[in-house]
Design a protein around this ligand. Sequence first.
Ligand code: SAM
Ligand code: SF4
Length: 335
Amino acid sequence: MLIDTFGRRAVDLRVSLTDRCNLRCTYCMPEQGLAWLPKPQLLTDAEIVRLVRIAVADLGVSEVRFTGGEPLVRPGVVGIVAACAQLTPRPELSLTTNGIGLARTATALREAGLDRVNVSLDTLDRETFHTLTRRDRLPDVIAGLAAADAAGLRPVKVNTVLMRGVNDGQAADLLGWCLERGYELRFIEQMPLDAQHGWDRSTMVTAEEILALLSERFTLVPEPDERRGAAPAERWLVEGFTAADGAPARVGVIASVTRPFCRACDRTRLTADGQIRNCLFATSETDLRGALREGGSDLEIAELWRKAMWGKKAGAGIDNPDFAQPERPMSAIGG
Ligand code: SAM
Ligand code: SF4
């Protein structure tokens, strides 16, 4: 098992398939992009599947989420999903995407064994989308969401980051739009993980503000805490609305900055270049690629992974006076 000194057990593996992306969201990447990881440093498809197999078969991981950069720009994504769906025990498989490639891939991903998707969408206004992502691709994302829903990748979840003065005025519109389509919306507080170090606590939109913005139009009822488990999102039932499966509709807020949920964290992360991160905010990593390429056995690799998780800190520490943003930006960790 992957346990740490605080007794937390990691069962949820996030696998970054690439650090590349076809958008340039202002809160994530600079306009000119970043120096991408050199190809020889990237894990091959077979190496990724081997590490996921070790995580599932030897280390107790039960959920695997593929992320990026943008995971759908990796040519082998469908094959990786298919191979992971054959593992025993079979992990739950999901993917976080900006949605651009989904119209083309949703059916193949579903057939390969993907269970669910989270699609990032911050606005329904084409100009605001262009401002936020520096690309004019809103129609592709909307088509991607519809394709995911039609392919049965349900419940389709939507992730939104609000930026003050840019899209914060559109929060209630987004919720209304998602409720109409049976998508589950979750807002994520902006975190200090952008490559340009532009995050400013004094201007970020807080969970409290998000709830106030939504409450102007909707009646939100807190979902009992015991239903939350290790989920970072706090959830509210939206009175008068039902989800696609007939259950009460919900909206979530991930208050990673103002109400961090580190004490129940159950995540472990693998980067596209084969490094284990025990926290989104970790400042050190454990190299599995080296061990893999030097002929390490499954047992040896599992032991390195265990050690990496054992050293996990109590919390992200964003509020500590000595907080330092990790060198690796969000686009190369995966969120
Ligand atoms: N490209 C894919 C996408 O956008 O969904 C997957 C990777 S992206 C890094 C994963 C999630 O992180 C997205 O929902 C994105 O909005 C979120 N994200 C990126 N930068 C962030 C930041 N600085 N603070 C909070 N969330 C962020
Ligand atoms: Fe790309 Fe996702 Fe980062 Fe936006 S948030 S730039 S889509 S990796």
